[in-house]
Write a protein that binds this ligand. Structure first.
Ligand SMILES: Cc1cc2nc3c(=O)[nH]c(=O)nc-3n(C[C@H](O)[C@H](O)[C@H](O)COP(=O)(O)OP(=O)(O)OC[C@H]3O[C@@H](n4cnc5c(N)ncnc54)[C@H](O)[C@@H]3O)c2cc1C
Length: 398
């Protein structure tokens, strides 16, 4: 039986582990944390992410957990539109990360060996041998080892040492205000789109009131705030106070959302990106090899909200290419094909992310004013094109 070890149980690792197990691989999943869990936040899933979920066989329950996000345009802090919503552009849905996590867990089946509390520290890639990883006490070998261990991947540091994870220059906070605590908003107020200031950004989306009638999925209001600079070391209560100060005076309902947020709702993330991208995203070894998936392969700033979407694309592509492969040259070739397909796709999305970053993220009053003027002409086209290129992806056929 073909075997795989998947290192890391984030979106990328869970999606890949389940996909391989459902296609007949014996899978061992190794996770550093003491249990499998998701952040109490939410994610936007663009059409490419939804297509990847469907291709992985996980699209069935999506309607019950996903809420469409209306096209919202871009606004200044005072609420004035910089770019009106463009009809016909790609639309996202928003899902609670814990609901998505439940979908992945259900998709793992009961054949996977799950080992939590395991920090992978070493790898072995000797010609002719099967690849292996270890935690200093045990070694796990398999035909294919999937490194889904995030932006600061231990395995990538060994396989592609030229690629370094650095700060993207932003701290970001995400929170879901549960439905029973969410502020009552005026009926004509649509939560959509993003609001930009010099070095500050705010986005909110409604998860609806699902959960209020006893449904298992989680409702409420999701928001994310991005601030130029490094992650803040203060307590969550102080971070929330800072957020209220930074976004004071921004258009409704931003102050109401922050007022309804409790410190424990906050999930702070120090944005990471890879510089440069690895030259290869898979490394044939022995009868199989290593594959990089998700942020381990292509961590990038979150301007396009595509990191989890790309991780799902990776999982769908790897599953499709490995499906017919038997250990040996077939598996080596499938991994080489994975690397070629995913390296060019990741490079394309990184390019679009950089373009969008130049529009969304200038700091300082002068540059911000120049940016705002460009919204009359150039910027909306840059943003629409970037969003549609990022969302424009078809799953591989098996
Ligand atoms: C503010 C913000 C908002 C975002 N919004 C969106 C969005 O709306 N939509 C979207 O698609 N993307 C979004 N993203 C990006 C997305 O969150 C990430 O790209 C995605 O979660 C990466 O998943 P992953 O599985 O590759 O890595 P991770 O989620 O980092 O998972 C890695 C796992 O590996 C484990 N691990 C690490 N090292 C080891 C080790 N040595 N041994 C064993 N286990 C290990 C970790 O504990 C973790 O469980 C956002 C990112 C940020 C910062």
């Amino acid at each position: 039986m073909r075997s795989a070890v998947v290192v890391g149980a984030g979106v990328g690792g869970l999606a890949t582990a389940g996909a391989l197990a459902r296609t007949g691989w014996r899978v061992t999943l190794l996770e550093r944390a003491d249990r499998l869990r998701a952040d109490p936040a939410a994610l936007l899933l663009w059409p490419n992410a939804v297509a990847a979920l469907r291709s992985l066989g996980l699209g069935g329950g999506l309607a019950a957990i996903a809420t469409p996000v209306p096209s919202g345009g871009l606004r200044r802090a005072d609420g004035q539109y910089l770019a009106q919503p463009t009809p016909g552009t790609a639309q996202a849905v928003v899902v609670h990360a814990e609901d998505l996590h439940d979908t992945f867990i259900a998709g793992l089946g009961d054949q996977i060996e799950i080992r939590t509390g395991i920090t992978v520290r070493s790898m072995h890639a000797r010609p002719g041998d099967r690849p292996a990883v270890g935690d200093g006490r045990h070694t796990w070998e398999a035909d294919v080892i999937v490194a889904a261990d995030g932006a600061d991947s231990t395995l990538r540091a060994r396989l592609a040492p030229q690629s370094i994870a650095v700060s993207s220059g932003y701290a970001a906070w995400r929170a879901v205000i549960p439905w029973y605590r969410a502020p009552k908003l005026p009926d004509d107020l649509v939560l959509a789109g993003e609001t930009l200031g010099g070095g500050y950004r705010f986005l909110a989306a409604s998860l609806g009131d699902r959960g209020s009638s006893g449904a298992s999925s989680r409702g409420g209001i999701y928001w994310t705030a991005t601030v130029a600079g490094a992650a803040r070391p203060e307590s969550k209560a102080t971070q929330l106070t800072l957020l209220k100060r930074w976004f004071a005076g921004w258009h409704a309902p931003i102050a109401d959302l922050l007022a309804a947020t409790e410190p424990d709702d906050l999930v702070q993330q120090d944005g990471r990106q890879l510089r440069p991208l690895p030259n290869e995203l898979a490394f044939p070894v022995g009868t199989g090899g290593f594959a990089l998936v998700g942020d381990a392969a292509h961590a990038m700033p979150h301007h396009l909200a595509q990191g989890a979407g790309l991780a799902l694309e990776d999982a769908a592509t790897l599953r499709a290419l490995l499906h017919p492969a038997i250990p040996g040259p077939g598996c080596n070739a499938a991994l080489a094909a994975y690397s070629a397909a995913r390296r060019s796709r990741a490079a394309q999305v990184v390019r679009q992310t950089q373009r969008v970053g130049a529009v969304l993220a200038p700091r300082g009053n002068l540059v911000t004013r120049a940016r705002d003027r460009a919204f009359g002409t150039l910027a909306p086209r840059v943003l629409d094109r970037a969003a549609s290129v990022a969302a424009d992806w078809q799953p591989p056929t098996t």
